[in-house]
Design a protein around this ligand. Structure first.
Ligand code: AMP
Length: 179
C-alpha cells in the first residue's frame, strides 16, 4: 500500500518559522515518516527511540528538536559546557551530522561543532571554551576532552546517540557508559 500523505507540516510539528524557511530553501518541505513521528515528542522533551534506514531523514528528526529546544535560551552557552551532546561512532558521521544541522543552527544563532579524533585537539578546546550549543562527538575524543577538563558535561540538557546499535556494541559501550 502507498505511504499515507503526511498529516502535518514542519510548522505544525512545532519547528520555529526560521527553521521552516531554511528547510524550504534546501527543498525540504514535507516531513518524512520518522520526522513526523519523532518531532512532536522530542520537542516536548520526551525520550525518543527511533529506528529508520539511512536516507530516511533521521538526522533532522533528532537534530531539529535539539535546535528548537536550545533556541529557547536567551543567553549563550557557558565556556566548556555544551548544552547538547550528539554521540556518533565515527568522525565521518560527526562531520555529516554537523553539516546537516549547520544551516538550521545558524538561523537560530546556535553553534554546532565536532569533537573527533584526527583533528587538532587544541582547536577543539578553543571552540569549547568559546561556548558550543551542540557538540557532535565520538566517544574517544570526548573522553579525552573530559579528562583534560576542556569539556564539562554538567550543562548538557539533551543527548542523542546516533547509530545507537553501534554505540552500544562492545567496542564503544564502556566509554559511552562512562560519558
Ligand atoms: P539522513 O537519513 O538523516 O541521513 O538524511 C538523508 C538526506 O535526506 C539528507 O540529505 C537530508 O537533507 C535529506 N532529508 C531529510 N529530511 C528530508 C525531508 N523531509 N524531505 C526531503 N529530504 C530530506
Amino acid at each position: 500500500t502507498p505511504a499515507a500523505a503526511p498529516a502535518f507540516t514542519f510548522a505544525e510539528l512545532g519547528l520555529p518559522e526560521a527553521v521552516v524557511a531554511a528547510l524550504a530553501r534546501n527543498s525540504i518541505t514535507v516531513p518524512s515518516p520518522i520526522q513526523e513521528k519523532a518531532l512532536p515528542d522530542a520537542i516536548a522533551g520526551k525520550n525518543v527511540l527511533g529506528r529508520a534506514q539511512t536516507g530516511s531523514g533521521k538526522t533532522l528528526a533528532f537534530g531539529l528538536p535539539i535546535l528548537q529546544r536550545l533556541s529557547l535560551h536567551t543567553d549563550r552557552p557557558a565556556a566548556k559546557r555544551p548544552r547538547s551532546l550528539v554521540l556518533v561512532p565515527t568522525r565521518e558521521l560527526a562531520f555529516q551530522v554537523v553539516d546537516s544541522l549547520q544551516s538550521y543552527a545558524t538561523v537560530l544563532g546556535l553553534s554546532v561543532r565536532p569533537a573527533v579524533g584526527g583533528t587538532p585537539f587544541g582547536r577543539q578546546a578553543d571552540q569549547l571554551r568559546r561556548g558550543v550549543d551542540v557538540l557532535v562527538a565520538t566517544p574517544g575524543r570526548l573522553g579525552d576532552h573530559l579528562r583534560q577538563g576542556t569539556c564539562v558535561l554538567e550543562a548538557v540538557e539533551i543527548t542523542a546517540l546516533d547509530e545507537a546499535d553501534q554505540m552500544a556494541d562492545m567496542g564503544f559501550l564502556p566509554e559511552v557508559r562512562d560519558i
